[in-house]
Ligand binder design. Structure first.
Ligand code: FEO
Length: 169
């Protein structure tokens, strides 16, 4: 069994990770419309990572004998004026997710539930990487998007991002 509050928060986080996938898929769609297929690929891979996070949490609940309640996924509703705004929204979203993971960790800590703390350690570490990836992308954008040649090169680089399921990391 898992502490009731922790289980509730992890189940809610399953939905929020699926929402993250939906959000990043929306970002990918934006870049497809803009003709920037490398940026679209980067966010498509990001969406796959988010689904991986959701499924990892689903498995944790199931492995502990719990039913996983799936809820409606909210509609992404962001409207962007330029490419950089998308990247900024991504970083802002990752910082929000970090706060959610920390809140679950707080609940596990309060309940002295060591197995949940250990489970959440992976996500704490992952959020460091998620924020860094979003920050690095913004930095590259600031450097390379000053002219169309630089933007083209960055777009080419982002085509190379691939998905690695977390179980293989
Ligand atoms: Fe599931 Fe981007 O954190």
């Amino acid at each position: 069994m898992i502490n009731e509050k922790v289980a509730k928060l992890v189940n809610e986080q399953v939905n929020k990770e699926f929402y993250s996938a939906y959000l990043y898929l929306d970002f990918a769609n934006y870049f497809e419309d803009e003709g920037l297929d490398g940026f679209a690929n980067w966010y498509f891979i990001q969406a796959q990572e988010e689904m991986d996070h959701a499924l990892k949490m689903r498995k944790y609940l199931i492995d502990n004998g719990l039913h996983v309640q799936l809820d409606a996924i909210a509609k992404p509703n962001k409207v962007f004026k330029n490419h950089t705004e998308v990247l900024e929204a991504g970083l802002e979203h990752e910082r929000y997710v970090t706060s959610l993971i920390n809140a679950i960790y707080d609940a596990a800590f309060d309940a002295r539930e060591y197995k949940s703390m250990q489970f959440l350690d992976w996500f704490v570490k992952e959020q460091v990487e998620e924020e860094k990836n979003a920050e690095d992308l913004l930095k590259k954008m600031a450097i390379f998007s000053k002219d169309s040649k630089g933007l083209y090169s960055l777009n080419q680089e982002l085509k190379g991002r691939t998905f690695t399921p977390s179980a293989n990391e």
